[in-house]
Design a protein around this ligand. Structure first.
Ligand code: PEP
Length: 244
């Protein structure tokens, strides 16, 4: 199993000057042995952020287009983000699914495009509150997994982020036992298909310094995907070092 991964999703925040200020502070904070850190800034900052990274840190894209190139105004391909310094790419983030109408079929194409370009995609899966209350969480999450991973060769290298939609940016965090149940189901699904042998399962959704240690100590949680609390370097550093 690769190292625990703690990922910062900056969403549509930060200019170049703000990123510089962030990393001026970040680099005064101790590097963390034994945990990998990945930053997912907006596309415009990928080159710059890649240049600020220390060993054990990586950059990733928040999204990509599934085509290798073409007449797709405003879009960015997997090869382009790789060229900008990315190792990772988020695919199927709930904001892409719910605000931009990305369905499983499109997410699967993006996932394959990322793999084909040599990126390590992080597939985001998760249920809405309505789906959870209807008892459909596992069916939904495993369906999202099947759509993206079902047809892949067993050697494909990727990670999965379980992010309950109702926990993203809401301040409501999943209980550790709920995260453990979903993560265990994902692991079992992967094992049955012989897929994702080194896949890490990240939890995401209102992770903060005060809940990160418990989440990281939860069975089958191999990392965290952090949105709002990754925007301040000191706060994010407390998450990265939680429980150490
Ligand atoms: C996210 O953007 O993936 C996320 C989990 O956001 P937040 O931590 O703000 O809930």
């Amino acid at each position: 199993m690769p190292r625990t991964l703690v990922a910062a999703n900056w969403k549509m925040y930060k200019t170049s000057a703000e990123a510089r200020t962030y990393f001026d502070t970040w680099r005064t904070l101790p590097a963390v042995a034994g945990r990998e850190v990945a930053f997912f800034p907006p596309y415009t900052l990928l080159h710059e952020v890649s240049a600020y990274l220390r060993p054990g840190e990586a950059a990733g894209a928040q999204n990509l287009h599934e085509a290798p190139e073409g007449v797709f105004t405003g879009e960015v391909s997997a090869a382009m983000v790789l060229d900008a310094g990315c190792v990772y790419a988020l695919v199927g983030h709930s904001e892409r699914r719910h605000l931009f109408g990305e369905r499983d079929e499109r997410v699967a194409k993006k996932f394959t495009a990322a793999l084909n370009a040599g990126l390590r995609p992080i597939l985001c899966v998760g249920e809405t509150l309505e789906e959870r209350e209807a008892g459909r969480t596992l069916q939904l999450v495993l369906g999202q997994l099947q759509a993206a991973v079902g047809m892949l060769p067993p050697t494909a290298g990727f990670d999965v982020a379980y992010e309950p939609v109702w926990a993203i940016g809401t301040g409501k965090v999943a209980r550790c036992e709920d995260a453990a149940e979903v993560h265990a189901a994902i692991l079992e699904w992967l094992k049955k298909r012989g897929a994702g042998k080194d896949a890490r399962l990240l939890y995401g959704g209102s992770v903060k310094p005060d809940n990160a240690a418990d989440l990281l100590a939860t069975e089958a949680v191999h990392g965290l995907l952090v949105g709002g609390a990754s925007l301040q370097p000191e706060e994010f550093h407390r998450i990265v070092t939680a429980g150490l």
